[in-house]
Design a binder for this molecule. Structure first.
Ligand code: CP
Ligand code: NVA
Length: 309
C-alpha cells in the first residue's frame, strides 16, 4: 500500500480530507481516551519523530500530546540536534529515520525539504508548516468553522492580509471543501500565482482583490495571519504595505452578524488585527488552537492507516 504522506491539501483526494475532518470531530468528542475504533492498529508500538527548523508552540505540543493520547510515543528534535543541521542530506536522514520510527512530522524553512524527506522516506511524512503552506492548521480551522457554522461547503470566508503559507492552504481547502474564499491583500503580496492557477483550473471559487471591506461583506468567517512570517525579511516594508488590511471592528461589521474571527496564532495585536476583534465576542482563536490537537490526532491516524486495519 502506498505510504500516506500529509504534505498539502491539494495532494490528498477530497473524500479523504473530509474523512479526516470527520475523524477530528470524533476525536474531540472522545476526549483524551481515544476509543480503539479511532486508533491505528498497533499504535502502542509506533513512534512519531518531530523535527523543527523553526519555533513552534501549537504544532509541537499538539502533535506530541496527540500522539500520546492515541497510544503512541514521540521524539521531539530541533534540526540542530540532528546531523541534518550540519549538512547531512535530507535523503539520507529520511532513509535512516525510516529504519527507526513509524512517522515523521517536520516544520521546515523550505518546502523542498519536506518534499525530499517524503520522497526518500518509507514512512509517512507530515508537513508541520513550510514557507509554502500550513495544511495541518487549515484542517483545524475547517473543524472550528464547522463547530460554529455547520458543514463548510457553500460557506463564504474572507482571508485578509499576506498572501503567505496560510493563504496557500486556504486556497487548497476552498477547492477541496467547496467554499468561497475571498482574499484581500496588497498587489505585491498576492498568493502564489501557481496555486491560484491550480484553483482556477479546478473551478474553485477564489476571488482576489485589494479591498478588505468588500471581501468581508456578508462572510461567515474573517481570517487573518501575521504580517511577518517566520524566515521573512523586510518587516517594515511588509507592515507598511499591509496596514490597510488590518482586521478591525469596521471590517467585522461588514461580515454577517454572526460571523466568526479566526487566526492561526501567534498574533500581533495592533498589526494584522485589533485587540477589540481578536479578544472580542466573535473570536474563536482558542477553540481553533485547541482543535489543532484533535485534528493532529485525525491526521496521524489517517497517515498510520486507522481506516485500513
Ligand atoms: N499556528 C501554529 O502553527 O502555531 P505554532 O507556530 O505555535 O506551531
Ligand atoms: N504565516 C505564519 C504562520 C505561523 C503559524 C508563519 O509562517 O510564521
Amino acid at each position: 500500500m502506498a505510504t500516506r504522506h500529509f504534505l498539502d491539501l491539494d495532494k490528498i483526494p477530497a473524500p479523504q480530507l473530509r474523512q479526516i475532518v470527520d475523524a477530528a470531530h470524533a476525536m474531540k468528542r472522545a476526549g483524551k481516551r481515544v476509543p480503539s475504533k479511532l486508533r491505528p492498529k498497533d499504535i502502542e508500538d509506533a513512534v512519531l519523530v518531530m523535527i523543527f527548523e523553526q519555533p513552534s508552540t501549537r504544532t509541537r505540543v499538539s502533535f506530541d500530546i496527540g500522539m500520546r493520547q492515541l497510544g503512541g510515543q514521540t521524539i521531539n528534535l530541533n534540526h540542530n540536534d540532528l546531523q541534518l543541521g550540519r549538512g547531512e542530506s535530507t535523503s539520507d536522514t529520511a532513509r535512516v529515520l525510516s529504519r527507526y520510527a513509524d512517522i515523521i512530522m517536520i516544520r521546515a524553512n523550505s518546502h523542498e525539504t519536506v518534499l525530499q524527506l517524503a520522497e526518500h522516506a518509507s514512512i509517512p511524512v507530515i508537513n508541520g508548516l513550510t514557507d509554502r503552506s500550513h495544511p495541518c492548521q487549515v484542517m483545524a480551522d475547517i473543524m472550528t468553522l464547522e463547530e460554529n457554522k455547520g458543514k463548510i461547503s457553500g460557506r463564504k470566508i474572507a482571508y485578509i492580509g499576506d498572501g503567505n503559507n496560510m493563504a496557500t492552504s486556504w486556497i487548497h481547502a476552498a477547492v477541496q471543501f467547496d467554499f468561497e474564499l475571498r482574499i484581500a491583500c496588497p498587489e505585491e503580496l498576492q498568493p502564489d500565482p501557481q496555486v491560484v492557477a491550480w484553483a482556477k483550473k479546478k473551478k474553485g471559487k477564489i476571488i482576489i482583490g485589494a479591498d478588505a471591506s468588500k471581501a468581508a461583506k456578508d462572510v461567515d468567517c474573517v481570517v487573518t495571519d501575521t504580517w511577518v512570517s517566520m524566515g521573512q525579511s523586510g518587516a517594515e516594508r511588509r507592515k507598511a504595505l499591509l496596514k490597510p488590511f488590518q482586521v478591525d471592528d469596521a471590517i467585522m461589521g461588514k461580515a454577517a452578524p454572526d460571523a466568526i474571527f479566526m487566526h492561526c496564532l501567534p498574533a500581533y495585536r495592533g498589526n494584522e488585527v485589533t485587540a477589540s476583534v481578536i479578544d472580542g465576542p466573535q473570536s474563536v482563536i482558542f477553540d481553533e488552537a485547541e482543535n489543532r490537537l484533535h485534528a493532529q490526532k485525525a491526521i496521524l491516524a489517517w497517515c498510520l492507516g486507522s481506516d485500513r486495519s
